[in-house]
Ligand binder design. Structure first.
Ligand SMILES: N[C@@H](CCC(=O)N[C@@H](CS)C(=O)NCC(=O)O)C(=O)O
Length: 216
């Protein structure tokens, strides 16, 4: 049985939780309780020996360990395609990127990943008391996030990044923007297409059932 390693607060892990739900993939969830960065390893030595990027999420399927959330999504789509009726509407996209729009779709995924990675840097450093306004590189990270969101707004439609389906890009952007909102990382509203995509999918059962969870 496939094991899925995650923390409840991770927006990257949330992407995988949603896809596991969409695909009804049988799996054993393994929730990790992060320690502190100051003392020892964050997720435990055994986990960090298995996963070289020392991050969540990851999966282990037999002997195959897969890390990096978008690679995990690609692995699941390839190895555990949907058997039953699709959830939706609209139905889940059957592939990460369309063969006919490989480059465009990959650029969208890369931009969302850059957005989330930069936003996570800002959040982590904020937790250590660093004020982004005081550090030129962090100001650049803020500008980079806004730049990616502007570009994504231009490349989206109000129905999503790929007409007619719940695409993996849609899944990515919903998890990124809802996390940015919930953690109050930066302003992004006012981009009407991105707002429409988040609103369109916020109540999708797999998205709603796998909300980010924060301690009270
Ligand atoms: N690019 C990675 C990013 C994953 C990531 O940054 N996860 C965070 C939790 S939200 C983490 O494990 N951080 C711990 C660390 O950076 O050491 C992915 O897509 O899976």
């Amino acid at each position: 049985m496939l094991s899925f390693y995650y923390t409840l607060r991770s927006p990257y892990a949330r992407k995988v939780r949603i896809l596991l739900d969409e695909l009804d993939t049988p799996h054993t969830p393994v929730e990790l309780q992060p320690g502190t960065m100051e003392h020892g390893s964050l997720f435990g030595e055994e986990y960090e020996e298995m996963v070289p990027n020392m991050r969540v999420p990851s999966i282990k399927d037999g002997d195959q360990v897969v890390f990096e959330s978008n690679f995990i999504l690609a692995y699941l789509l390839q190895n555990y395609p949907l058997q039953g009726p699709p959830k939706g509407p609209p139905p889940l996209a059957p592939e990460m990127v369309r063969a006919s729009h490989q480059w465009q779709d990959n650029m969208v995924l890369a931009s969302i990943e850059t957005l989330l990675n930069s936003a996570i840097n800002l959040a982590f450093l904020g937790r250590f008391g660093v004020n982004a306004e005081d550090v030129p590189y962090l100001r650049r990270e803020q500008v980079r996030c806004q730049s990616c969101m502007d570009w994504l707004e231009q490349h989206a439609t109000s129905e999503g990044f790929v007409p007619g389906v719940f695409s993996i890009a849609d899944l990515n952007i919903v998890c990124a923007l809802q996390w940015i909102d919930e953690r109050n990382i930066m302003p992004w509203h006012g981009r009407s297409r991105l707002e429409a995509i988040v609103a369109r999918y916020a109540d999708r059962p797999s998205v709603k059932a796998n909300a980010l969870v924060y301690p009270a």
